[in-house]
Design a protein around this ligand. Structure first.
Ligand code: ZN
Ligand code: ZN
Length: 812
């Protein structure tokens, strides 16, 4: 028998698929959209071309691969495109590491990844490929920016921003994780800079409310977004500063604890601070503290022991005119709330720590309603089961009711109002980096900020020789490019030299695929409305509050602008686990990445494709193991042998009702349910392996050939090349287009039991048979088992013990 030769087979079928454009799906003609209702859009997050793919990536793309094949064979027109997130820090830093211009390195990296993907044999519609650094793409990124600008959703302002000293650029809040740069891990610094922002805060409520449309998203991702948006309900309360005309507003979620406010804290950056202490004994100490804070990083501020200084000034508590000392402390941040808080140490952990340290009064104002002792520590849960104490006329009311009453009374005096605040901040999109889409804006001394007219797009990224980050955009050095004329008045003007955050590029790429070659607009609405929302989106959970939030925002704005007909981009989201090796997440930087190249070279793409899904449930992290991979290689060889053996037999029709026929149908049912409903992609492989083992044990079962064909058909989404080759050798054609097999319900209904087969009392095999199978047939089946035969070794059984539905024992 001919040996399994993955190299030859894979090359052959990849050529066929390419020549036949097997996985390209044409757009329906206008007016025909109705007829093409059976469509599905499967999409994995597009990769950064920052180097070769490693096995971790291969695992991710296998998810979409299986779903795409599965749906195609269920009769859907499947769109599964691919692109490259080619602008931005990942690609640029990869180029800088090589000491080369990203303009040259990026296309090379894209070509390398694409050829790896092609070598994996993935069913991708390459006709729709895009790369975000190409002018044909970023022209429309710029065009969209201008639509946002017209609506006041893109604006420029000076603001305190997060600065990565390593990457030499500002970062969006979403790109700062625990005070560190999401890309490089450097501690971020604070700076005041004029920057461009998207007004995502206008959509804070909508982004929350419309999560109700995301029934098929993982709860974990929704929770992360909810927390990031951070809607909290409470009250704005005004505190008068004693001896000053000013009032300071604070936001509190716990107005019920107003009587427990025993001190007041301003952020060191609060604009009122210098005036409060001017000419007083406290001036030197306070201003020193403010200066020291300025030198501290955000991380330090979060993590160090809470400290602060007294200003010598007081505010008056609006509920009872009590004098409350004003402190300056850097645990209060200017960018959240108003930069001022009323401190209630009895019921807030941070205030409590601070009060303990400086000996400030701690006054309990909430306690359990049933009079039981308060919980240990400074907390209360703000529930109906708690009541107010030490709160004047409000004492005795339940905590929520008391809070409402306090706000009502203050509101009548103009000192408070109920308020909703969000943690979410506007999306900072400027980057002081070379490798990004230029922001299409011109600054004119006469006209101010002037958008570049649509017909002048794209604003091409100039070629520069100095592309390294220096703290100001390298584009500023391209003087001929910067100098331009004002589109409005024609006078000399300057171009914006910052580039856009790469997350802008990826906030709409999934729309472009629907109409990838359009050169008169970003896309035709009709086509986008036809293909979108994405039916199955696949990507890492690390994008929960980055790409996944931004893309939702973009789609909502575009829907509000009448550009598209839906509110959410991704109907169903799947977040896959990570691939580990030697106990650490597989990555190039950790030095534990395995390239698919050498493995594919040796054992073929099918083995890698299959192993990476076999390794464990796709939503969980998994550990790469060479011996596991070898196991799959052995399985493919066995599949090859067994199917070719069966291929020499005639097809028996109608299908006889044998144990193997039933197992084949059960396998169909299981694999179909696992992939289609449960998104369990590892268990189908085990089920097919079991089926193949059964064929091996019962090669003469009249349904063996049918079972072999079934195994080939079911394994096709995983090991597409070998499946196609075997299918052809079985005398059929084009398995990738064949209808997915259907389980015969009448065969499924029949229950089976497991019967143990022993030789001289030792278990040698297990059979799955109908519970009412006559003893005679059961013994015949048991005797036919290869394994049993090898143990009998030609000897005749002296005695045969049968326990119906349980056991057959041959005694020699
Ligand atoms: Zn960084
Ligand atoms: Zn002008």
């Amino acid at each position: 028998m001919e040996n399994y030769d993955p190299q030859a087979i894979e090359e052959k079928w990849q050529r066929v698929w390419k020549d036949e454009r097997a996985f390209e799906v044409p757009n329906p003609d206008p007016g025909e959209l109705e007829r093409h209702s059976q469509k599905t859009y499967v999409l994995e997050m597009l990769p950064y071309p920052s180097g070769d793919l490693h096995m971790g990536h291969v695992r991710n793309y296998m998810l979409g691969e299986v779903v795409a094949h599965f749906r195609r064979r269920h009769g859907f027109a499947v769109m599964r495109p691919m692109g490259f997130d080619a602008f931005g820090l990942p690609a640029e830093n990869a180029a800088i590491q090589e000491g080369q211009n990203p303009r040259e390195v990026t296309p090379r990296n894209i070509a390398a990844i694409r050829s790896q993907m092609e070598r994996m044999g993935w069913a991708i519609d390459w006709n729709r490929v895009l790369a975000t650094h190409e002018p044909t793409y970023y022209r429309w990124t710029q065009w969209l920016f201008l639509r946002f600008f017209e609506k006041g959703l893109a604006y420029r302002k000076e603001a305190p921003v997060k600065w990565c000293p390593n990457d030499q650029t500002v970062l969006a809040n979403e790109q700062v994780v625990d005070g560190r740069c999401e890309r490089c891990g450097a501690e971020v610094e604070a700076r005041n800079l004029e920057q461009w922002f998207f007004k995502i805060t206008d959509y804070a409520d909508v982004l929350l409310e419309e999560m109700s449309l995301l029934e098929e998203w993982p709860e974990r991702v929704l929770t992360m977004q909810r927390n990031w948006i951070g809607r909290s309900q409470g009250a704005d309360v005004l505190f008068r500063v004693e001896g000053f005309a000013e009032e300071i507003e604070v936001f509190t979620t716990r107005p019920d604890t107003l009587f427990g406010a025993t001190f007041f804290v301003l952020a060191p950056e609060h604009p009122l601070v210098p005036r409060l202490v001017e000419g007083t004994d406290h001036e030197t100490e306070v201003l020193d503290y403010v200066r020291h804070t300025g030198a501290r990083s955000a991380v330090e501020r979060e993590q160090k022991e809470k400290d602060g200084v007294f200003t010598g000034r007081y505010v008056l508590n609006p509920v009872n005119d009590e004098r409350i000392p004003i402190w300056i402390a850097d645990y209060v941040l200017m960018e959240y709330g108003t930069g001022a808080i009323m401190a209630v140490p009895a019921h807030d952990e941070r205030d409590y720590t601070f009060a303990e340290r400086y000996g400030l009064e701690i006054r309990k104002v909430v306690e359990p309603a049933d009079g039981s002792a308060s919980q240990q520590g400074p907390f209360s849960a703000h529930t109906e089961n708690e009541r107010l104490v030490n709160s004047g006329e409000f004492s005795g009311s339940s905590a929520p009711e008391g809070g409402r009453a306090i706000v009502e009374r203050l509101a009548a005096q103009g000192l408070a109002r109920t308020a909703i605040r969000y943690r979410l901040r506007d999306w900072l999109l400027s980057r002081q980096r070379y490798w990004g889409a230029p922001i299409p804006i011109v600054y004119c001394d006469e006209c101010g900020i002037v958008p570049v007219p649509d017909e002048e797009l794209p604003v091409l990224l100039p070629e520069v020789t100095e592309y390294l980050p220096k703290g100001r955009s390298p584009l500023a050095a391209a003087e001929d490019w910067v100098r331009t004329t004002c589109p409005k008045c024609g006078r000399e003007a300057r171009r914006e030299t910052d580039t856009m955050d790469t997350f802008v590029d990826s906030s709409w790429y999934f729309l472009r695929y629907a109409d990838a070659h359009n050169d008169h607009g970003p896309f035709d609405r009709e086509l986008v409305d036809y293909w979108l929302p994405v039916n199955q989106y696949i990507g890492g959970v690390e994008h929960a509050i980055l790409h996944l939030l931004y893309a939702r925002f973009f789609v909502k704005v575009m829907n509000d602008l009448g550009m598209i007909g839906f509110r959410e981009p991704f109907a169903r989201l799947f977040t896959q686990g990570m691939l580990y090796r030697d106990g650490a997440k597989m990555s190039k930087s950790k030095g534990n990445a395995i390239s698919p190249n050498e493995y594919v070279e040796r054992h073929g793409a099918d083995a890698a494709r299959m192993y990476l899904l076999f390794i464990g449930p796709v939503e969980q992290d998994a550990e790469w193991q060479d011996n596991g991979f070898e196991g799959i290689v052995r399985f493919l060889n066995r599949l090859w042998r067994i199917v070719l053996e069966q291929g020499e037999k005639p097809i028996v029709e109608p299908l006889p009702d044998t144990p193997l026929a039933r197992q084949a149908h059960r396998t169909i049912a299981k694999v179909t349910d696992d992939i289609g409903r449960r998104f369990a992609l590892n268990t189908p492989i085990a089920a097919v392996m079991e089926l193949v083992n059964e064929i091996h044990r019962h090669p003469d079962d009249p349904a063996a050939r049918f079972a072999a064909e079934t195994a080939v058909s079911l394994v096709q989404p995983y090991a597409s090349h070998i499946a196609e080759e075997l299918w052809e050798r079985l005398g059929h054609e084009r398995l990738w287009e064949q209808p997915w097999p259907k389980a015969d319900a009448s065969l499924l209904e029949r229950e089976t039991v497991e019967v143990v087969v022993q030789v001289n009392g030792r278990i040698r095999d297990r059979l799955h048979v109908a519970p009412d199978l006559p003893d005679q047939e059961l013994v015949a089946l048991a005797r036919a088992s290869d394994r049993v035969r090898s143990f009998l070794d030609g000897a005749e059984a002296r005695r045969t013990v049968v326990v119906p539905g349980k056991l057959v024992n041959f005694v020699t």
